[in-house]
Design a protein around this ligand. Structure first.
Ligand code: 13P
Length: 258
């Protein structure tokens, strides 16, 4: 039994007017859909506005990152409490753009996961290999090498609430997509690693695919056994594309009982 999650990561895009127009279309577009959860992660400046705009719908909101500290002298940073105060319930953490462009290491990402969970935010922990790492045959070790520190520092219980996103770096924003088989292979690897610690948590944890998911490839990706949704970048900025992916998910979702 699974309920698919379609999450949009707007990255550093959007304005008040764009956000409100997009939210209006998304709220009406998802209204008839069942069996899915939908999440939007706009930039911090839009989070409150977007949270209000979608409050009457199934759409939840989240941040794209948080700081690991609760408060204090951390100029420019935003805490888990601030995200909740702005209406967010989730946060993306460890996105490859944070890892590569801002030098975030596994230890810091695990600290952020801990901060999110302890302040009531659901983390979406991103893992994924670069093109060189895949071509060198290192995908499994890279992905598990990013996952294990979170389990080690936060405990497997982190994933009774937490979500994982497999985002092959070579597929992000490139138009290249992992084939359904390639994606399924890594998703299955991740689930097996979770199961080594706790079979129940492994069965329930949602593992999203991210990396150029579009309306024309969403269905075959979401058909895979261990793909429980998508983390969508570019296509989440276009209401027609994002809603088409939501519909593909709804067509495949099995509503959870109870
Ligand atoms: P794209 O869908 O634009 O490839 O972005 C994926 C991503 O990074 C979502 O977090």
């Amino acid at each position: 039994m699974r309920k698919l999650l379609i999450a949009g990561n707007w990255k550093m895009n959007g304005s008040q007017s764009m956000a409100l127009a997009l939210c209006r279309d998304l709220v009406s577009g998802v209204a008839p859909l069942t069996g899915i959860d939908v999440l939007i992660c706009p930039p911090f400046t839009l989070l409150h506005r977007v949270s209000e705009a979608v409050s009457s719908s199934i759409i939840a909101t989240g941040a794209q990152d948080i700081d690991e500290h609760e408060k204090g002298a951390f100029t420019g940073q935003v805490s888990a409490d601030m995200v909740r105060d702005a209406g967010g319930s989730h946060t993306i953490l460890g996105h490859s753009e944070r890892r590569v462009l801002y030098g975030e290491n596994d230890e810091r990402i695990a600290a952020k996961v801990h901060a999110a969970l302890s302040r009531g935010l659901i983390p979406i922990v991103c893992v994924g290999e670069s093109r060189e790492q895949r071509e060198g045959g290192h995908t499994d070790e890279v992905v598990l090498g990013q996952l294990d520190p979170v389990i080690g520092q936060c405990g497997i219980g982190a994933f009774s609430k937490g979500i994982i996103a497999y985002e092959p770096v070579w597929a992000i924003g490139t138009g290249l997509t992992a084939t359904p088989d390639q994606a399924q292979e890594v998703h299955s690897l991740i689930r097996r690693r979770l199961a080594d610690h706790d079979a129940d948590i492994a069965a329930r944890c949602r593992i999203l695919y991210g990396g150029s998911m579009k309306p024309d490839n969403a269905a075959e990706l979401l058909d895979q056994l261990d793909i429980d949704g998508g983390l969508i970048g570019g296509a989440s900025l276009n209401e027609d594309d994002f809603l088409a992916i939501c519909r593909a998910a709804a067509d495949r979702a099995v509503p959870k009982s109870g």
